[in-house]
Design a protein around this ligand. Structure first.
Ligand code: SAM
Length: 265
């Protein structure tokens, strides 16, 4: 069936090739008791791989032109639920049960808002297996170096990200200008880092640390009102060089630094 792909909805559909689809299913550790949320099912390439393997599959799709196509393919399946709407607007609490897993080739134009929404619903969502633009995947999963950004630390604060594999652009229709990455984000159930430092404090320091990527941590933390000498003293306590940049500071060291700054206030 021919379909007019809509650029505004980031519609680059996966070709119905088993090579990529099987790999997605394999690495997503799909189990028969899984409740899955698929964001943006499109014409159902991934949906058709998931539907017979899981307990419940909830799909949220914005494009009303796809409703008929999806209903025709899957409405005979008892475990299929299609919600027509904007993933950023839909009230997920109405549709999801605890321990839901996200498996999706998401629309890239709203990658960060979707990740934020998944994080906000971590009481319902345990883990997310999502396709993103390759460079974004590399940034989210970077352990050190210049690819690290506020997004990396935002994800690390709530969970653990892992780069699973790369999907070259040729596997999509229409062929996009970018390659893709399939990544996993497992959200912490035990609030590993939230227990130590509140969200407000964590993001206050992380945003300051990255406020000017070319500047070192001493200069960037000084925007919080601390003197440079005082910042150097704190850095010395956990053996971080005063010339270090935010991108080379691990989340554990960020937490230690914030504790030192806040305790000694
Ligand atoms: N999963 C399909 C596949 O792999 O072939 C389609 C993936 S395509 C990259 C992204 C899908 O998300 C499209 O079907 C698009 O219509 C849908 N979409 C775009 N914006 C959306 C939004 N705000 N809420 C829900 N779905 C959206």
């Amino acid at each position: 069936m021919s379909f007019n792909h809509k650029k505004k909805y980031g519609q680059n559909f996966l070709n119905d090739e088993f090579e990529v689809l099987n790999k997605i299913i394999e690495v997503s550790d799909i189990k028969s008791e899984d409740n899955i949320l698929e964001i943006g099912p499109g014409q159902g390439a991934l949906t058709s791989m998931l539907i017979d393997k899981v307990k419940k599959l909830t799909c949220i799709e914005i494009d009303s032109d796809l409703e008929k196509i999806l209903q025709k393919k899957f409405s005979n399946k008892q475990n299929f639920e299609l919600v027509m709407g904007d993933i950023l607007e839909v009230d997920l609490k109405k549709y999801l049960t605890p321990h839901t897993k996200v498996v999706a080739n998401i629309p890239y134009y709203i990658t960060s808002p979707i990740i934020n929404k998944i994080i906000e619903h971590r009481d319902l969502i345990d883990e997310a297996y999502i396709m993103v633009q390759k460079e974004v995947g590399e940034r989210i999963c970077a352990r050190e170096g210049k690819e690290r950004s506020i997004l990396t630390l935002a994800v690390e604060y709530y969970g653990e990200a892992k780069y699973l594999f790369t999907i070259p652009r040729e596997h999509f229709k229409p062929v996009p200008n970018v390659d893709s990455a399939f990544i996993k984000i497992r959200l912490y159930e035990d609030q590993k880092y939230q227990k130590k430092i509140s969200e407000d404090l964590f993001f206050k320091y992380v945003k300051a640390a990255f406020s000017n990527k070319r500047k070192n941590i001493v200069n960037n933390f000084s925007t919080l009102g601390y003197s440079k000498d005082y910042i150097k003293e704190i850095l010395k306590k956990i053996e971080i060089s005063e010339n270090e940049r935010a991108e080379n500071i691990s989340i554990d060291n960020f937490i230690r630094l914030i504790e030192l700054f806040e305790v000694s206030k």
